[in-house]
Design a protein around this ligand. Structure first.
Ligand code: MF3
Ligand code: CO
Ligand code: CO
Length: 255
């Protein structure tokens, strides 16, 4: 399959879907407090997408997944399944990852939440991982290479003594949830395919405090660090424009 290039009309629809996905992450902020369950957070997001946004939660039914969000706490790298019995406590770090479909187009984004007061080492992991995402985004421009994105992310992670998860990557996105190309979060400058105007893809680095290795739990979804140390992730959907990346899932809190 070839990489699909989006025209201005397509990107306008991606902007709408991306805006809705971003808005879910803004809406949920006041609910992320010690004592809430990830299952309750999922239900709130589902109801907001379906009843307020009149949109579709893309994860529901995706490869048999049943929930609206992925909720990944502490040592969970990604694809944590929301659960009414999983109660958040002060000091937890949480990733909420959500994808909204509007008018057939997808917006995919995630952010980290600090639950109550968190340890400085966790705050630092969350902050550096967000910097990794932004450095990846800054590497995007027509004529640059996909490897430039991975290189920028890996450099910043390793400079901070963290490691980059290699098993999961960003992806092309549009009227299909996951399409070509794969966006690796590690690599070398100049490697891989050339970035072109009209490409739309996600960048979603998963950064570990310890070693890069992961394992999938028996539920078939939850991915954890092998060494049990914490992991963080941030994700945006971007469109490649003449001057660089346009962030389609930008939240108001971002500069
Ligand atoms: N949103 C995830 C991504 O960034 C994919 C989640 S698939 C699910 O690509 F089924 F686990 F929800
Ligand atoms: Co994604
Ligand atoms: Co996602």
């Amino acid at each position: 399959m070839k990489i699909s290039l989006k025209n201005n009309a397509d990107i306008e629809k991606m902007r709408v879907a991306g805006g809705l996905a971003a808005e879910v992450l803004e809406m949920i902020v006041p609910y992320v407090v010690p004592g809430v369950s990830t299952g309750e957070l999922d239900e709130i997001c589902f109801n907001h997408i379906v009843n307020v946004q009149n949109a579709i939660p893309a994860n529901v039914g995706y490869k048999g997944y049943e929930k609206t969000i992925c909720s990944s706490v502490n040592q969970v790298i990604c694809h944590g399944i929301p659960d009414k019995n999983k109660i958040l406590k002060a000091g937890d770090i949480l990733n909420i990852d959500v994808t909204v479909i509007k008018d057939g187009w997808h917006g995919d984004t995630s952010k980290m939440f600090l639950v109550g007061k968190c340890a400085p080492h966790n705050e630092r992991l969350v902050k550096v991982t967000q910097e990794c995402l932004y450095k990846g985004i800054e590497a995007v421009k027509p004529g640059a290479y996909l490897g430039d994105i991975g290189h920028a992310i890996q450099q910043h992670a390793e400079k901070n003594y963290y490691s980059v998860v290699e098993e999961y990557c960003g992806h092309g996105i549009g009227n299909v949830y996951h399409e070509e190309p794969q966006i690796l979060h590690y690599g070398k400058k100049g490697q891989g395919i050339k970035i072109q105007e009209g490409m739309c893809f996600t960048i979603e680095p998963m950064i570990n405090q310890g070693a890069k290795y992961c394992k999938t739990l028996k539920d078939g979804w939850t991915v954890e660090t092998r060494d049990g140390r914490n992991s963080a992730q941030w994700e945006h959907t971007i469109a490649v424009q003449k001057n660089g990346a346009e962030i389609l899932t930008r939240r108001k809190e971002e500069i």
